[in-house]
Design a protein around this ligand. Structure first.
Ligand code: CP
Length: 312
């Protein structure tokens, strides 16, 4: 059983055994009829989904995951909640806990908010990070790692290239953390200088040369330009970016391994980081990633419920 914990804030502090067990648990959900078989796991519990930033994949997959485990699900509309009247998030959680909510799933743009809320987390509740500023997106990191592990179990021998706006990406940080913990062979960080992390900030060899970054890669993870996290005027021109760093089948197969796998966390900006032809390419795993997201979030919520059962 996975070590009980009441929070999942980042992957950096999860050891290899714990991470591997979370992936194993998700794999078990994938291999079963998850629509009905597990409804007793969180029966009688409630999960509140508090999304302070837009989301499609994460929000709906958490909702589906919680429902498949038998929980009641409450969704929170930021614009019509009492946070618009000055109520703090800590008070919001305390009030929802008073109603009997056990699990909080939070997306928020502010770096550090998860750690801050963890210090005042109401008793008998759990907190899962569903995307925090540029810091972390742990369940995305887990589902990326699961997708890669299912196709290429020999992670220690893989070269993984991450291409795009790494500097502003919480996905990159969490996926890198997961792959490092699993002992990935080699990591490359590829993009224009403005999109690369500060030297030494993240593991991986950084380059602004796309061909060199893709050379011999087993897995390529493409990222979109995170315009919402840049000051107006600092964002590179999309056409220029596409010309220099846009990926298509020809570019990938010319430089990476012939059987290279392509991942993207979504949403994709077609015609910018990826050409549309990659949507139907058999080596593109975007929809598989999304499917794995439901199983990963079931594994995370079940772990949270287990922790409540052990520690209350
Ligand atoms: N990958 C991801 O976090 O997608 P959403 O923003 O749609 O949840």
């Amino acid at each position: 059983m996975i070590e009980p914990t009441r929070t999942l804030i980042a992957l950096e502090n999860l050891d290899r055994t714990t991470l591997g067990r979370l992936l194993d648990a998700a794999e078990e959900f994938l291999g079963s009829d998850a629509s009905t078989a597990f409804r007793d796991r969180l029966a009688g519990q409630a999960a509140a989904l508090l999304f302070h930033e837009p989301s499609t994949r994460t929000r709906f997959s958490f909702e589906l995951a919680a429902k498949r485990l038998g929980a009641d699900v409450l969704t929170f509309d930021t614009d019509t909640s009492s946070t618009t009247k000055g109520e703090t998030l800590a008070d919001t959680l305390a009030n929802l806990a008073a109603m009997g909510v056990q699990h909080f799933v939070l997306r928020h743009g502010e770096n550090g908010i998860m750690a801050e809320l963890a210090t005042t987390l109401p008793a008998h509740t759990t907190l899962v990070n569903a995307g925090e500023g540029t810091h972390s997106h742990p369940t995305q990191g887990l589902l990326d790692a699961l997708t890669i592990r299912l196709h290429r179990p020999e992670i220690e021998r893989l070269t993984v290239a991450i291409v795009g706006d790494i500097a502003h990406s919480r996905v990159a940080r969490s996926t890198i953390a997961a792959l490092q913990t699993l002992g990935v062979g080699s990591l490359r960080l590829v993009g224009p200088a403005a999109f690369l992390p500060a030297p030494g900030e993240l593991a991986g060899a950084a380059t602004d040369n796309l061909a060199a970054g893709l050379d011999g890669a087993d897995v390529v993870i493409a990222l979109r330009i995170q315009r919402e996290r840049m000051a107006v005027g600092n964002c590179p021109d999309a056409e220029e970016y596409h010309r220099r760093y846009g990926l298509n089948i020809e570019t990938l197969t010319a430089h990476a391994k012939p059987d290279v796998l392509l991942l993207h966390p979504g949403p994709v900006n077609w015609g910018v980081e990826l050409d549309r032809e990659l949507a139907r390419w058999p080596q593109s795993l975007m929809h598989e990633q999304v499917r794995h997201g439901v199983a990963v979030r079931m594994a995370v919520l079940e772990t949270m419920a287990h922790s409540l059962a052990v520690h209350g």
